[in-house]
Design a protein around this ligand. Structure first.
Ligand SMILES: NC(=O)c1ccc[n+]([C@@H]2O[C@H](COP(=O)([O-])OP(=O)(O)OC[C@H]3O[C@@H](n4cnc5c(N)ncnc54)[C@H](OP(=O)(O)O)[C@@H]3O)[C@@H](O)[C@H]2O)c1
Length: 492
């Protein structure tokens, strides 16, 4: 592992916004759904971590918003509990300074009735003494995205503001388009931050760094050298306490058209003109239009784990998919005829988040090289790692081939302080860096590729808990199987 000692090597790669040279303006962060599950588990902990790391603007306020009235003191107590449960611990500071800047506005919010939000924002503005930068984070049910956006315009909170939309941003091509048309009739595209937290992962970001800074990776990144791409996100967990939500959604809608397609776009994109936010975003999002519409009969396997229907909140005759495997084709010259194998599911044998490029075997004097022997693989879990799996000579007197692996754990890169995805993405919103957010055109491409699966879903096949999904998914991967789980060479 090389040491990052050259100052050039530590220069921010994603434009000046990533490490702002100018201080961030006074900011009011309005967290719609401030009492909800996502706010508790992800957004509030990420916001506190930004405070701990000194990455918030010098002057800011956070206003939780919802329908129920919550006194400020109660909201602060809830945030304290949330941080105690999900971290980072408030005991590690700076809780006192942080908590003074938290407010709550109840009474709901839409076009006709702003509830208490305008009042509370007026107070916050008074305290700050200037017109702040507004960030509106919609951690609310998707059915409220449109009325809240309309309310922002109606009540004068939209001009110059940034608005963050959680997933699902539409659940069909039509509902996506309807929502997006409405949003873009009210806001400029550069105000809109559609979040996909897989793009904020350290490992995912290395996909667009490795290959553009290093000939070793740049040269192999095409059909000439890559035999297949795997994007594999098995989960051991079931649907926990979100069964009702999950039963109305399923694995394909929750994960495939969103996270797995976006990661596939990170792998498949052409080199951007530069790593500025605009160019990086344009490169990744434009390749989504080259995703061939899925062929559900040939290229998709859906599954449901045994016992799923017994969960509270799940219908007795539910046909919701808790597993999806898909073979995606990317119709660009670079990726012609290379299958992108995508897989995710609940209650599987183990949890992982892995992107793997299987390299072709060169023709040459050595026979019997295993097809899955040479693999470049990135783990997206936690702070991420890069694993290079190689066929080498087994040290010793004879020419015996063996597989070996070398791993670069990104958290051990000198000088590195890996950011959890929500921390990274929230920081990007505060600085106005849209590189890791999706665009209208990109999502339109994703929905076009996904649409045939919604129109003609294949049968949902049962699979055992703790397995690797239905047998048909193994067949989809071909005789070599999947890298994780179905080959003798399973790698961690
Ligand atoms: N939870 C997750 O792991 C997760 C993961 C990815 C994406 N998401 C997305 O994040 C969003 C929030 O999910 P969640 O799990 O946090 O839901 P949740 O626990 O049900 O919380 C929803 C929040 O929205 C508020 N709310 C509900 N109905 C509202 C309405 N009609 N108008 C205004 N506010 C309303 C609720 O507060 P009041 O009742 O006080 O209004 C509550 O704070 C959803 O879009 C979801 O798909 C969630």
């Amino acid at each position: 592992m090389t040491q990052a000692s050259d100052p050039a090597s530590t220069r921010p790669l994603r434009g000046a916004e990533r490490q702002p040279t100018r201080p961030l303006p006074p900011t009011v962060f309005v967290l719609f759904g401030g009492s909800g599950d996502l706010a508790r588990r992800m957004v509030l902990p990420a916001f506190f971590e930004l405070a701990q790391r000194g990455m918030l603007p010098e002057e800011w306020r956070l206003v939780g918003a919802g329908r129920r009235a919550v006194p400020d003191e109660d909201f602060r107590a809830r945030v304290y509990e949330t941080l105690t449960e999900f971290g980072p611990s408030p005991e590690d500071g700076p809780w006192e300074e942080f908590s003074k800047r938290l407010r709550f506005a109840g009474g709901g919010f839409d076009k006709t009735d702003p509830g208490h939000l305008l009042e509370v924002l007026g107070e916050a503005r008074g305290e700050l003494g200037v017109d702040p930068q507004y960030v509106h984070y919609l951690a609310v049910p998707p059915s409220t995205f449109a009325p809240i956006t309309e309310g922002l315009v109606q009540h004068g909170l939209a001009a110059g503001a940034r608005v963050v939309y959680e997933k699902p941003y539409g659940t069909t091509p039509e509902s996506f388009q309807e929502l997006d048309n409405l949003v873009l009739s009210l806001l400029d595209e550069d105000q809109v931050f559609r979040i996909d937290h897989f793009l904020g992962k350290e490992g995912t970001q290395d996909l667009h760094v490795l290959r553009f800074v290093n000939e070793l990776f740049a040269q192999i990144w095409s059909h000439e050298h890559v035999k297949r791409v795997e994007i594999d996100v098995p989960e051991e967990l079931d649907v926990a306490d979100r069964a009702e939500f999950y039963d109305a959604t399923g694995a394909a809608l929750d994960m495939l058209v969103t996270h797995l397609f976006q990661v596939a776009a990170e792998v498949a994109m052409e080199p951007p003109a530069s790593l500025t936010p605009t160019d990086l975003q344009a490169a990744r999002e434009s390749v989504l239009a080259s995703f061939r519409p899925l062929d559900p009969e040939r290229d998709v396997v859906l599954g449901q784990f045994e016992g799923y229907r017994d969960l509270d909140g799940v219908a007795d005759d539910s046909t919701t998919d808790t597993f999806v495997a898909a073979r995606l084709w990317v119709d660009t010259d670079r990726w012609r005829d290379v299958p992108f194998l995508l897989r995710t599911g609940k209650r599987m044998a183990r949890s992982a988040q892995r992107v793997s490029l299987w390299l072709r075997t060169p023709s040459g004097p050595i026979a019997g090289v295993p097809d899955n022997g040479n693999v470049v693989s990135l783990s997206l879990t936690g702070s991420g790692s890069l694993d290079i799996c190689l066929v080498t000579k087994e040290p010793g007197p004879d020419l015996v081939l063996t597989r070996a692996q070398t791993t670069l754990d990104l958290k051990h890169v000198p000088g590195g302080t890996p950011l959890p995805p929500y921390v990274s993405l929230l920081h990007d919103v505060l600085t106005g860096d849209r590189s890791l957010f999706t665009t209208s055109d990109g999502l339109a491409g994703a929905w076009a590729a996904f649409a045939p699966l919604q129109e003609r879903p294949p049968p949902v096949r049962p699979y055992e808990r703790g397995s690797w999904g239905p047998l048909e998914a193994g067949v989809l991967a071909g005789p070599d199987g999947w890298l994780l789980g179905q080959t003798a060479a399973e790698r961690a």
